[in-house]
Design a protein around this ligand. Structure first.
Ligand code: ATP
Length: 276
């Protein structure tokens, strides 16, 4: 993992299969992957790969995960910063960080830059109440726009921004040549929830009814994952990942050999009441 001026870049270990139930967002992601893998091929055809991809949608539905999966599938380095990081304590910190981010990414290109919570830095300018920090943020945003204009899409740097407030973004950010691709990562539907639950359940040890018969241990029902997908409308991917993990925790607390239906039930009740 190269460490350049405090900016850590690495190829993430997330596959596109790990991101479940996000509908057409995955197909859009694949196109970006192809651009990252062969930027020159697109350029020679006269095609301009997108420089910026805006991922929108409710919290916890896989925006960050998808950004990582894009870099990972293309096998390119990934550098990430949260929008809040650009609101430095010292004047000019945000601007400097933007410059560094692009300098490092371009030196390693093809590469992916992720700016999580882009709205922190990318809020509409001109609405500030004054004060040093606000001026700094607005300067960082101006620098970000300049950096995005300042490189050629054939260089193979893709900037991914995530936000659940696309409505408050500065219009300049979404102009052509900047974040001109907008992809929504939605709250999962029933089948999506089922897929997400199964993706996370893959790493669990499940209770095996046949071995239970042999040992004579307390009989419990195996997990009905589809049933849980049906009972969890409104749950985000993060909520579902939490549910599956809590079920495993419940099984561990009980000293069970595997996760069974009752453990998911316990985790579900806990998620509703917030009380263990
Ligand atoms: P936020 O807007 O809060 O940053 P996000 O949309 O970026 O949320 P992630 O950070 O990608 O969400 O998701 C958090 C965690 O929830 C992931 O690391 C993963 O474990 C789980 N998760 C979320 N969405 C999905 C999904 N679509 N498929 C599988 N797991 C998911």
């Amino acid at each position: 993992t190269p460490q350049v001026a405090g900016l850590e870049a690495h190829v993430p270990d997330v596959s596109l299969e790990d991101v479940a139930g996000i509908g057409s967002a995955k197909a859009e992601a694949l196109e970006i992957v192809e651009c990252l893998m062969a930027p020159a091929r697109f350029a020679s055809l006269g095609a301009k790969c997108p420089k910026g991809l805006l991922l929108t949608g409710p919290p916890g539905c896989g925006k960050t995960l998808l950004a990582k999966a894009i870099a990972s599938t293309a096998a390119v380095p990934f550098i990430s910063r949260s929008g809040a990081d650009f609101n430095g304590r010292f004047a000019g910190t945000g601007t400097q960080l933007v410059k560094e981010l692009f300098r490092v990414a371009r030196s390693m290109a093809p590469a992916v830059i992720l700016i999580d919570e882009l709205d922190y830095i990318g809020r509409r300018r001109g609405e500030e109440r004054g004060g040093g920090l606000e001026t700094d943020r607005s300067a960082a945003l101006t620098q970000l726009l300049a950096e995005m204009d300042g490189f050629n899409s054939a260089e193979g740097v893709v900037v991914i921004g995530t936000t659940n407030r696309p409505d408050i973004l500065d219009k300049a950010l979404t102009r052509p040549g900047r974040f001109d691709r907008k992809v929504t990562v939605p709250l999962p539907d029933l089948l999506g929830r089922h897929k997400i639950i199964r993706t996370h359940a893959q790493r669990l040890a499940l209770e095996d009814p046949s071995s239970r018969r042999l040992t004579g241990a307390d009989a419990g029902a195996p997990v009905d994952w589809m049933g849980w997908a049906k009972r969890t409308p409104g749950f985000s991917g993060a909520d579902l990942a939490g549910l599956v993990n809590e079920a495993a925790m419940a099984a561990a607390r009980e000293g069970a050999l595997g996760v069974g239906e009752r453990h998911v039930q316990a985790a579900y009740s806990k998620s509703l009441t917030g009380v263990p």
